[in-house]
Design a binder for this molecule. Structure first.
Ligand SMILES: Nc1ncnc2c1ncn2[C@@H]1O[C@H](COP(=O)(O)OP(=O)(O)OP(=O)(O)O)[C@@H](O)[C@H]1O
Ligand SMILES: [Mg+2]
Length: 240
């Protein structure tokens, strides 16, 4: 593995318990700049909890989590991790542009940055529309635009493609691939297993434990499967 001093994410023996239940069990991994990593696992397997741990908003039971070489929660990470939460975090009573201006203001970014991220998610022509009038997919793209403000070196996207049609999903994955090529570390959770193919690396969670950490090709090989659906089922059910 790369020198740890260069890692964007550095997770060592992370454990999270909630109300006496083990939600994350001894998770360890590192991620380097420019990696595009898919985080897969059944509902309730701990994907959001792992992402919240990387953001510094999750109480950790033990272990250590560093992002961009700083302990999570430190002030130096402010504005350096782009996050798109599962479900919408936008203000429905503001327009597209006003939402972005609000978050750009919090991060003290120039107005040009609002124009830039609107273009990235193809919402420029929707700038003056109230967020409440956007379709589900358009709201998702607005949430993503908020995460992209300021070009943070680390992006954590919790199910960003949910509810999007195949064309929009393809376009978003192209955006993620471009961001990764430009050096951003992108961690994306998903339920759509075919999306695994877009990632150079997959993390598979089952019941709070990291079951698999390798390439999509290795996932198919390890499960002796030709489709991601089957490979995922076999690994999750423990038959591979
Ligand atoms: N506040 C809480 N108190 C107790 N348990 C919780 C709490 N929040 C989440 N959990 C539990 O932690 C486990 C992991 O939840 P998490 O949201 O991380 O899963 P997930 O993989 O993101 O699921 P999904 O795919 O449905 O989004 C679940 O069993 C969930 O019920
Ligand atoms: Mg979740």
């Amino acid at each position: 593995m790369e020198a740890s001093s260069q890692s964007t994410f550095e997770v060592d023996d992370l454990r999270v318990e909630r109300q006496g239940n083990e939600i994350l069990r001894s998770i360890s991994f590192r991620a380097a700049p420019g990696e595009l990593i898919g985080l897969l696992g059944p509902s309730g397997s701990g994907k959001t909890t792992l992402m919240r741990s990387l953001l510094g908003v999750q109480a950790l039971t033990s272990g250590s989590v560093k992002v961009l070489q700083s302990a999570v929660g430190s002030a130096s990470l402010r504005g350096r991790i782009g996050y798109m939460a599962q479900g919408s975090a936008i203000y429905l009573d503001l327009t597209v542009e006003e939402n972005l201006e609000y978050f750009a203001g919090v991060l003290r970014l120039a107005a040009m940055e609002v124009e830039r991220v609107m273009a990235v998610v193809a919402l420029t022509s929707f700038a003056g529309r109230l967020a409440s009038s956007l379709s589900g997919g358009e709201q998702t793209r607005l949430s993503l635009a908020i995460a992209l403000l300021g070009s943070p070196p680390a992006l954590i996207l919790d199910e960003p493609t949910v509810g999007l049609d195949p064309i929009l999903r393809r376009d978003l994955w192209r955006t993620f691939e471009e961001l990764a090529r430009a050096g951003t570390t992108v961690l994306v959770s998903s339920h759509v297993l075919d999306e695994a193919a877009h990632c150079a690396r997959l993390l598979l969670l089952r019941n709070g434990a990291l079951l698999f950490d390798d390439s999509p090709a290795q996932l198919l090989a390890a499960a002796g499967a030709t489709s991601y659906d089957v490979a995922f089922e076999r690994l999750i059910e423990g038959v591979a």
